[in-house]
Design a protein around this ligand. Structure first.
Ligand code: NAD
Length: 371
């Protein structure tokens, strides 16, 4: 009988990784996970949702010795382990996210390992504020809004030539990259590194730029893990929903199961080799609409507080064009409501989410990330 193919998932104990592990096992692959169970995602213990059929290696992707052990006999690699959020130890983004990518290829090349494909997890954040269009002057790449603009509550992006309101355009894979935070700069470097080394050493490599992925198991311990966690924890605990900026920011939210479906397709489709794909829903949602939906699901009245809080270097709009992925035959099937319901049901089982949320909110203020 033919031996089942072996897939290595780094970061496979985390949110996206653990769902991917489940999907791979369900589709008949053998799965090995390399994860250091690091905080803030974990408290050093393997989470209770981790699939018992997967082999687990506790190791660090920034250490070559850990890569070597994990890569033996592997057919495919999903490199998802990463340092995330808005922390002040900037160098760690490069050690964990960029150096690890170099070590992955270095180990394969040095030990002449035969890996059929590497899929690298990247992020929409590398586009920065992205492209806008002005009715009179056409398309332009917007600069990040300055702190003084934001302090004056000038949230919108305007044409630099006539100061008229400009319209956000969905980001495309061929767009210029303007990452604005260390995490995003490291992600842009990691994907460039992977694609370059992949094509140099004939290791098929694919980059997936995720928008905002939503669903169960999304860490409630992260420093900043997004609007869904914030709104859900507040709504379920009958706390007021506080909007950042004016709540009109546009985002692309994609369901975790649509994301895992897309990963399975990429694994076996040779047309994806050496390519970059946006992986989102392709739907523009205003943050205030997400908040409203969370309140509906939680059964609370929606009375948002507009305190004009903001985060430095967070784009006003981040929307995605997913036509390239759709041309492969994949399309998102789950609604935003599906994602909100799944997350809310899951987080209800973790009363400690409120304590972590309070701590991160306080820290974000203390470290001047949330103003
Ligand atoms: N969640 C999203 O919306 C989103 C959006 C864009 C990109 N991404 C990317 O997707 C990937 C997975 O994100 P997630 O949301 O599942 O995060 P997560 O925090 O839930 O999972 C990350 C996993 O990586 C592990 N890890 C961290 N540092 C490690 C190291 N040095 N060695 C080994 N393991 C390590 C953690 O222990 C954790 O299990 C990341 O690369 C992230 O940048 C996620």
């Amino acid at each position: 009988m033919k031996q089942k193919e072996l897939v290595l998932v780094t970061g496979g104990a985390g949110f996206i990784g653990s769902h991917l592990v489940d999907a791979l096992i369900a589709h008949g692959y053998r799965v090995r996970v390399l994860d250091n169970l690091s905080p803030p995602t974990h408290n050093s213990k393997l989470p209770d949702w981790f699939n018992k059929k997967a082999e687990f290696i506790k190791g660090d992707v920034s250490l070559k010795k850990d890569w070597h052990g994990a890569l033996i006999g592997v057919d495919y690699v999903f490199h998802l382990a990463a340092y995330m959020d808005y922390h002040l130890d900037f160098s760690k983004y490069f050690v964990t996210n960029v150096s690890s990518t170099a070590l992955l290829y270095e180990t394969i090349v040095e030990y002449k390992l035969v890996v059929k494909k590497i899929i690298i997890a990247s992020s929409q954040s590398i586009y920065g504020e992205g492209k806008y269009v002005c009715g009179k002057h056409g398309v332009f790449y917007a600069s990040p809004r300055t702190e003084s603009q934001l302090r004056k509550h000038l949230w919108d992006i305007r044409c630099p030539r006539d100061n008229k309101l400009a319209k956000a355009l969905p980001q495309e894979e061929t767009d210029q990259l303007h990452p604005q935070i260390p995490y995003a700069i490291a992600k842009a470097a990691a994907e460039q590194l992977g694609l370059t080394l992949g094509s140099t050493y004939w290791i098929p490599t694919v980059v997936l730029r995720y928008s905002i992925v939503q669903g169960s198991r999304q860490s409630f311990r992260h420093f900043y893990s997004g609007a869904l966690r914030d709104f859900c924890v507040r709504a379920l605990n009958r706390l007021p929903i506080v909007m950042q900026e004016d709540g009109q920011q546009k985002r692309d939210f994609v369901n975790i199961h649509d994301v895992t479906d897309a990963h399975l397709l990429v694994l076996q489709n040779k047309n994806t080799d050496y390519q970059v794909f946006n992986l989102g829903s392709g739907i523009e949602t205003r943050v205030i609409e997400l908040a409203k939906m969370v309140c509906e699901v939680a059964g609370t009245t929606f009375t948002p507080e507009m305190r004009e809080e903001f985060r430095i270097n967070s784009p006003h709009n981040a929307i995605m064009n997913i036509d390239k992925f759709k041309a492969l035959g994949w399309k998102p099937k789950r609604s935003l409501e599906n994602s909100v319901r799944e997350y809310a049901t899951w987080v209800r089982n973790y009363p400690e989410a409120l304590r972590f949320w309070r701590k991160t909110y306080k820290n974000m203020r203390k470290e001047n990330i949330l103003k």
